[in-house]
Design a protein around this ligand. Structure first.
Ligand SMILES: [Zn+2]
Length: 74
């Protein structure tokens, strides 16, 4: 059973808010980005939907930087 708080691809903390009961009510970083389906398909099937990728493996570092530079809220 993979650790839900670790990236299944590299083992780094995935900082998924849903994996931690203390932060589960907060939206995860993954809600604000678009993950390339090819990245998910590259994972072994048994690891998919078990744990979140870390932002780096999900290849969304750039999207997160942009979101931080322009916080949502219109
Ligand atoms: Zn990773």
């Amino acid at each position: 059973m993979p650790n839900p708080s670790q990236c299944p691809a590299c083992g780094a903390p995935n900082t998924c808010t849903l994996a931690d009961p203390r932060t589960a009510a907060q939206p995860c970083w993954c809600f604000s980005v678009t993950i390339d389906p090819a990245v998910l398909e590259a994972l072994p099937a048994e690891l998919r939907n078990q744990a979140c990728l870390c932002p780096r493996c999900a290849q969304v570092d750039e999207q997160l930087k942009l979101n931080n530079a322009h916080p949502a809220g219109d």
